[in-house]
Design a protein around this ligand. Structure first.
Ligand SMILES: [Zn+2]
Length: 448
């Protein structure tokens, strides 16, 4: 008998459900089998009872935008070149556990290197390690001007990169078929680059419309959803017209592109954390300062304006944090993206909680089995002291997390304090300045 009864001070079942006080839930073999008011509890003999009578019980959160293979990278070279794929998989497993301890019981990884996140997903499924449920793409697929066309042509895109460049529709179709054979859950296309990519035409769509159409058609034919990276308007337009399922960013989407999104029914996941954290956290000593901060301020302003229009037009929003960079470390800021949806797009806390539960669940391979608490759902639960409907600080503040249950089992919330970073994980950036006689003389003058 594995029956467990949990008494909840307040129970939020996910989606648009209203939180209800003095509820109970019964779970068996990792699944919820009953929920209801305390005074209607079924009589079950031998059930163990857990008392969360003074706490708020909700579905484990879902983050649809994390990159387990990036390793809190400080440079693109860190992401693509350093650390073996094998090391990245083991490191990513620990990262997934840190995300789980922050209350996230399902994550999606749109862009990994090699088959790193597929291996993490499978290791969790095989119960080799505890961790959140993982839904993942393979490497992202792009072409010249796209996100992964980062290095000069004489270097090319290395095998260990997070992306692969395809030169023709046929190459793209072959890449999709190979990824599906390898077991990806969905296909990720990079439609354009970003503010800092030195080798792309600024935010032009990398693919022509007919190319995107062909790639999306093939992925759908093989039963896989398609997600795209598209910051620029043209990328959003081509993606929506091709019928993609989910668009990341959409910051510079114009009215024509928004109209195409509305017609297509594609969802948008803005992922503002990278911008907001970079703007707020970066120091003048960081090599990209102030250029990237300024670029991100411009993008955040445009994104806020355009995404608010999308909200009013009824576009379905998902929420994801882009954890994996040095400004978005694992397990730290995921819930901050919920607040970004309130502050920059104008959603209410209740709307954002629905996004982080049932809306996001739609994109996972577990579908309606996660992101909600009800008969038949996985017993993936987050238990917090304070009510997140009033304040997302309740999710962000680690001391507020009482318990996380993954498939009915309590997760050990103790942090891995011994973790350290190896010098072999990073590029050999040695100096921020060139130390000429003039720079030294200027420094001496300032000091004097
Ligand atoms: Zn990303």
């Amino acid at each position: 008998m594995t029956l467990t009864l949990i008494r909840c001070g307040t129970l939020y079942a996910g989606g648009e459900a209203a939180p209800a006080s003095r509820q109970s839930l019964l779970m068996d073999n990792g699944r919820v089998i009953w929920t209801g008011p305390r005074d209607q509890e079924p009589t079950v003999e031998d059930a163990s009872i857990i008392d969360h009578d003074d706490a708020f019980v909700m579905p484990g959160l879902i983050d649809v935008h994390v990159h387990l293979s990036y390793g809190e990278a400080r440079t693109e070279e860190d992401i693509d070149l350093f650390a073996s794929l094998e090391f990245r998989a083991l490191r990513g497993m620990e990262a997934a556990q840190r995300i789980q301890r922050a209350g996230y019981t399902s994550i999606c990884d749109p862009t990994t290197s090699g088959r790193v996140s597929l291996a993490i997903r499978d290791a969790v499924d095989a119960r080799l390690f505890g961790g959140p449920r993982v839904t993942t793409s393979g490497r992202n697929i792009s072409t010249r001007q796209g996100l992964v066309d980062w290095y000069p042509t004489w270097i090319g895109v290395p095998e260990t990169s997070i992306g692969q460049i395809v030169r023709t529709i046929d190459e793209g179709i072959d890449a999709i078929r190979a990824q599906v054979k390898d077991g990806v859950d969905f296909i990720k296309l990079a439609m354009d680059g970003d503010s800092m990519n030195p080798s792309s035409v600024k935010l032009a769509c990398a693919f022509r419309q007919q190319e995107v159409d062909a790639l999306v058609e093939e992925a759908h034919r093989l039963g896989r959803k398609v997600v795209v990276h598209a910051r620029g308007s043209e990328g959003v337009l081509h993606a929506a017209r091709a019928g993609v399922d989910l668009i990341f960013h959409a910051s510079y989407m114009d009215d024509e592109a928004l109209d195409a999104v509305v017609r297509s029914g594609a969802a948008i996941c803005p992922t503002l954390s990278l911008l907001v954290n970079n703007i707020e956290f970066t120091q003048p000593t960081d090599p990209s300062h102030p250029a990237l901060v300024d670029a991100h301020k411009r993008e955040l302003e445009a994104a806020s304006r355009n995404l608010e229009k999308a909200r009013k037009a009824g576009v379905r929003f998902l929420v994801g944090s882009e954890a994996g960079f040095a400004v978005t470390p694992y397990g730290e800021w995921h819930a901050r993206e919920l607040q970004n949806h309130v502050d920059y797009i104008g959603f209410s806390n209740a709307e954002v909680l629905a996004q982080a539960t049932t809306n996001n669940a739609w994109f996972t391979r577990d579908g309606g089995d996660v992101g909600r608490i009800g008969a038949g759902s996985h017993a993936d639960l987050l238990v917090v002291r304070r009510d997140p409907f009033a304040d997302f600080g309740a999710l962000l503040d680690r001391s507020n997390i009482v318990a996380v249950y993954q498939g009915g089992e309590a997760v050990d919330l103790a942090p891995n304090a011994a973790r350290k970073r190896l010098p072999t994980e990073f590029s050999y950036a040695m100096w921020n300045e060139v130390y000429t006689r003039d720079t030294l003389a200027a420094r001496a003058r300032v000091a004097a």
